[in-house]
Design a protein around this ligand. Structure first.
Ligand code: ZN
Length: 345
């Protein structure tokens, strides 16, 4: 089969490798129908040291089950499935608590002998716990929206859940990438009526308005903070959903959060040190939360709205490439020519 590998910053190659085979009785082999490039794939695309061995890439996919191990109970060849960006057994205490990203027998794609989603096929560990079956015969026009349940929609939703968004909270979303826009959509779904989106790309913030943003602030840093404060009577918003991951975005979050409020981060932090002292979090009693989203926990809740078309998170995909064009997909996202790139193998 063909699969994408990263050999270093800016160096993504599609190569022919052996087909994946069952390894554990709890595995399934899935033929990939749709995959995509994630904003978080751009971090190694910028700074991964060059190496002789390629790293498999991709952690979002829809596919068809081809083969199951002897202990797989809930899936059969031919089933159409969504894969969350982390695999999990579905039975341990963390999974039962809805924190599948901390599963005692779980892990992440594209490492430790597990392939990536930017490929023609993949071995899925803990298939019963990981994969979510979609009704057979679903319209292919829904594939992009279904694919967002692998990561970005569940991640935006997790940000809003962790931020404790309700009808009574005002919200700022930092970042107009796919996750930021999904955070807007999710905050709206959880009832927020005032949602300020901080982003600079008009085509993206326009989609953000469609998803529920009531205000857009294009400025960043101190200027952006001042504008959000101005929009909120000087106070800032109850909730800040940070969907970027760089330190300036965190500092912006600290700058626009209301006293007693919550900063919920889902952008993968590219820093280890940040202000948490009296002047930032402690003085105003601000809660800092967030982390990798247990998207598996949200798929059952979010799937019906996708299937009936009442939400269309798939609008974040604005380009489609073939698997062999995956390197071009990275380039398009990196240059901001594309918001999110769909891969149709
Ligand atoms: Zn588990």
């Amino acid at each position: 089969m063909r699969a994408a590998f990263m050999y270093g910053a800016g160096d993504v190659r599609v190569e022919t490798v052996p087909d994946p085979i069952l390894n554990q009785p709890t595995d399934a082999i899935v033929r990939i129908v749709r995959a995509c490039v994630c904003g978080s794939d751009l971090h190694p695309f910028h700074d991964m040291p060059a190496g002789a061995v390629g790293t498999p890439m991709g952690h979002e996919f829809l596919g068809v089950v081809e083969e199951v191990g002897s202990e797989v109970r809930t899936l059969a060849p031919g089933d159409f499935v969504i894969a969350p960006f982390a695999w999990s057994d579905g039975t341990c205490d963390f999974c039962r608590e809805g924190l599948q990203t901390s599963c005692r027998h779980g892990g992440f794609w594209a490492g430790n002998g597990i392939g990536g989603g930017q490929a023609e096929a993949i071995r899925v560990p803990q298939a019963d716990g990981t994969l979510v079956k979609i009704p057979a015969g679903v319209d292919a026009a829904l594939y992009p929206s279904l694919l967002t349940l692998s990561d970005v929609y569940g991640t935006g939703y997790h940000a809003a859940v962790r931020g404790r968004v309700t009808a009574r909270t005002t919200v700022t979303v930092i970042g107009d990438g796919a996750v930021g826009l999904m955070a807007v959509l999710s905050a709206r779904q959880l009832g927020a009526e005032r949602i300020i989106l901080m982003g600079r790309h008009t085509s993206r913030t326009d989609l953000g308005r469609e998803f529920g943003a009531t205000d857009v602030v294009a400025a960043r840093g101190e200027e952006g903070i001042a504008l959000v404060r101005e929009l909120t009577g000087g106070d800032g918003t109850h909730v800040v959903l940070e969907a970027v991951g760089h330190l300036p975005a965190y500092e912006q979050a600290v700058g626009v959060v209301r006293a007693g409020g919550v900063i919920s981060r889902v952008g993968v932090p590219q820093y280890e040190q940040a202000p948490v002292g009296f002047g930032s979090l402690f003085g105003p009693n601000v809660t800092l939360t967030g982390g990798p989203a247990p998207v598996r926990a949200y798929i059952d809740r979010l799937l019906p709205g996708v299937l009936d078309g009442s939400v269309q998170p798939g609008k974040v995909f604005d380009r489609t490439v073939s698997l062999s064009e995956t390197p071009e997909g990275y380039r398009l996202m990196d240059s901001r020519e594309a918001l999110k790139v769909l891969i149709a193998p």
